[in-house]
Ligand binder design. Structure first.
Ligand SMILES: Nc1ncnc2c1ncn2[C@@H]1O[C@H](COP(=O)(O)OP(=O)(O)OP(=O)(O)O)[C@@H](O)[C@H]1O
Length: 141
């Protein structure tokens, strides 16, 4: 019963349905990336901060394994921000922007997951780069 009304409303809208091709799926995925870059200031910050370890890796001539770990950490933070944004949107959809303690809980926990991942990435960056920075520092003084 519910299924029938759902399908009818889908047909009426004419906008929702299975992607007709692989390229249509890719286009919608790219739209999603565009939306998160436009609407989420935190995602732009992550992308910008991600440049620091990349430039440092280039400057210090990081080993292939160090490059892999650094790129892994950058993508981990970015993926976590994607998940956080998905949660925020689903919560807003369900609550229709009305206050609900469970909505607060879900959003705060999702934001906490991003924070934990960012700390993890900073810790890894410190383990890789701190000795290199110190070596350079003692060479220069
Ligand atoms: N429907 C709601 N009910 C209760 N609290 C909410 C609700 N929506 C948001 N909040 C609270 O307001 C905070 C900010 O919510 P918002 O959706 O604006 O996230 P944001 O500022 O985009 O978060 P982030 O910085 O993680 O991207 C949430 O972390 C949560 O504590």
């Amino acid at each position: 019963m519910l299924m029938d009304s759902k399908e009818t409303s889908r047909e009426k809208m004419g906008k929702i349905g299975k992607n007709p091709s692989f390229f249509a799926s890719v286009k919608h995925a790219l739209d999603g990336i565009g939306i998160i870059l436009r609407e989420e200031k935190n995602m732009r910050s992550h992308a910008l901060f991600g440049l620091i370890p990349l430039l440092s890796a280039w400057f210090f001539g990081a080993s292939p394994m160090e490059w892999i770990v650094i790129i892994f950490c950058i993508f981990l933070v970015i993926i976590m921000e994607f998940l956080n944004t998905i949660f925020e949107n689903v919560v807003d959809l369900v609550t229709d922007y009305e206050y609900h303690p469970l909505a607060k809980k879900a959003k705060d926990i999702a934001a906490g997951a991003v924070l934990v991942t960012a700390f993890f990435a900073i810790l890894i960056a410190a383990i890789i780069f701190l000795p290199k920075f110190l070596e350079l520092y003692y060479k220069l003084i």
